[in-house]
Structures are given as structure tokens and as C-alpha cells.
Design a binder for this molecule. Sequence first.
Ligand code: MG
Length: 267
Amino acid sequence: MLDFAIPAMQQRHLIKHLLIGTLALGTSTLATAQSEKEEKLPSPSATEDWSFKPPLVTPGETSAQPPSDAIILYSGSSDLDKWEHADGSPVKWKADGDALTIFPKATDIRTKQKFGNMQLHLEWRTPDPSEDKDFNRGNSGVLIMGLYELQIYESWNYSTKIYYNGQAGSVYKQHAPLVNAARKPQTWQTYDVIFEAPVFRADKTVEKPAYMTVLHNNVLILNHVELKGPMVYQGYPKYKYHDAKLPLQLQEHGSRVSFRNIWIREL
Ligand code: MG
């Protein structure tokens, strides 16, 4: 029986998994030794954290000029050639003025240059909330090394409901932000990120995990948090060996989120 105190998104997951569970019962006698060996993934709701609601904080006004030693990744359409889609094709997102706006279904973009430890600055703006479905408002993300997601989402004043480790400023499904410092929709917001890449031993096991520190609109929201592994929507994150430097990736999730003033300092 469904308790209506359960948020809508969890209800949807619950219904989905009840249906899947019913179907699975009907075919259980056909289960083979091979399927038993396959990893059983927990429900996506197993990694949703609703335990602590980050307090609301109103950020001050902000502006950020890149420092002299920054690598400029996006300041206008002339920087489009620094980016590509995963298949190596030219960027199909829309450049307008100094902003770059996601073109839905055009897939993620990534830098041609690869990065490991970094200081990263970028600015992002969510679209008019009425153009997105409620569970996908302003959904995008900064995938550092293409793997570790700092979430972008429409989280101003908790106007769009999502588990706290899925709101703006979360390390998606790993860490909720300390506070909610989000600005209103259609307003530019900033992320300033210090990222320490994971270190792997010669035998490819983890010597040191990745760490992330993030300021959202100049407010500290993640303080040197340890990452459990690459972002996964379903199941629990775990590290897998990868190169010391990988492209920076911006997520396309169907919402027309814009970006501007993206720069990086290698550490
Ligand atoms: Mg996202």
C-alpha cells in the first residue's frame, strides 16, 4: 500500500519496482545459474538521501573574471572548437552571446583537453521551469573527468522536489550540499570547484580517492568531501581504474540549461 507522505518520485519508483517484482515472480522458475551470477541492483531509491534538508542561504551578488593563469574553456562561440561530443563531432549546443545553451537530445559535450587536479569556475542558468517536466527542471551536471558529477538542478527555494543528494550542488547521489545557496530560475549562478583526482596504484587499485570542495554562488556547500566513485544512477558507486587526466564533461539531460565563463586552473 502506498503512503501518500512518500514523495511522488519515490512513489513512481516504488510502483515501478512493485510491477517488476510481480513480473519477476512469474518467471522465477526459469531463472538460470547464469542470471543468479548477475549483480542484483538495488532500487534507484536506495541511494536517495532524504535525511537532512540543507538550510536555505541567500547568496550575495557575484562576478568572476578569470585569473591570468586560467585556461579559458568557454567565453564565447570562438571557444566552441575546444569542445566536442563523445563521438568527436562538433558541438551542436547553441552559442548565443557569451553563453552556450544545451540543445536537448544533442548529448553531452566534453573538452578536447584532459584534466586531473583542478580549480574550476563555471556559470550556469536554468531555463523557465514551465518548459521542463517537474522531475527534470534545470537538470544538467558537471561531470569532472567525465565521471564525477556535480549536479546542476532547479533548486531555488526547493521549488522542485528531489532527494537532497540530487539537488543543485550535490555530488549526485553521494553528498548533499551543506546549504541550499541556489538562485532563482533564469538567473546566472556560479560554481567554484577544487577537485583532487583519485590516485591509483600500479596494480590499478585505489591509493587515494577523489575529493571535492565546492562554492555555489560564493557559499561553501561541499567541504573536501570524499567521493565514493564515479556517478551511478542505480546501485552504489565504486572506483574503477582510469587515466590521471580525462576530459571535463557537461551533461545534456533534456533541459535547456546555459553555461558561460568556464575556466580552469590545473593544480
Ligand atoms: Mg544531472
